[in-house]
Design a protein around this ligand. Sequence first.
Ligand SMILES: CC(C)(COP(=O)(O)OP(=O)(O)OC[C@H]1O[C@@H](n2cnc3c(N)ncnc32)[C@H](O)[C@@H]1OP(=O)(O)O)[C@@H](O)C(=O)NCCC(=O)NCCS
Length: 157
Amino acid sequence: MIGQPAIEIRRLVESDLEGVLKIAENTNEAPRWPRQTFVEMLSGEFLSRRIALVAAGASAPDALGFTVASLIPPEAELENIAVAPGVQRQGIGRRLLAELVLNLRLAGITTLHLEVRASNSAAIGLYNSFGFNETGRRPRYYSNPVEDAALMALRLV
Ligand SMILES: CC(C)(COP(=O)(O)OP(=O)(O)OC[C@H]1O[C@@H](n2cnc3c(N)ncnc32)[C@H](O)[C@@H]1OP(=O)(O)O)[C@@H](O)C(=O)NCCC(=O)NCCS
């Protein structure tokens, strides 16, 4: 788009770590993973069972968003997705999820599962727009504040 810097979605690499950590620290609704988990994201063992993607400016390498899914073939679990607060609602979350779904399909995954705070209307809006269905609830699953988890799933075949 004219006037807008190009954004690319690509696999997470080591130089993305600090940017991804910053996004995670600044987004309350995303899972609060300890720093060690993000460091482990770069290990071969972690990545052999996961797909981890970042959104970044084509000419500015700082991460603008990221997503991680764990593979439990033939199914997968969306473990995390977050977009930096300053660039939300510009289509980056949609692009991250679309690229993730494409990669999962290529890996032969049939269903993508996730859980989300029942009040997280931004994330639920994103998931609904992809065709996720609510498959159940986990009462009082989250703390600070206590809240139900909505369980959602998307068939990929
Ligand atoms: C959820 C999140 C990743 C969405 O990323 P984003 O880049 O802001 O979303 P997009 O601009 O791609 O929006 C795609 C669609 O999602 C929905 N959506 C996004 N933000 C929304 C909001 N604040 N309110 C309602 N719907 C919203 C809309 O359907 C939107 O499509 P539209 O803009 O055409 O109406 C982002 O809000 C975020 O990082 N939130 C904090 C972390 C989080 O909640 N992660 C999910 C944990 S389960």
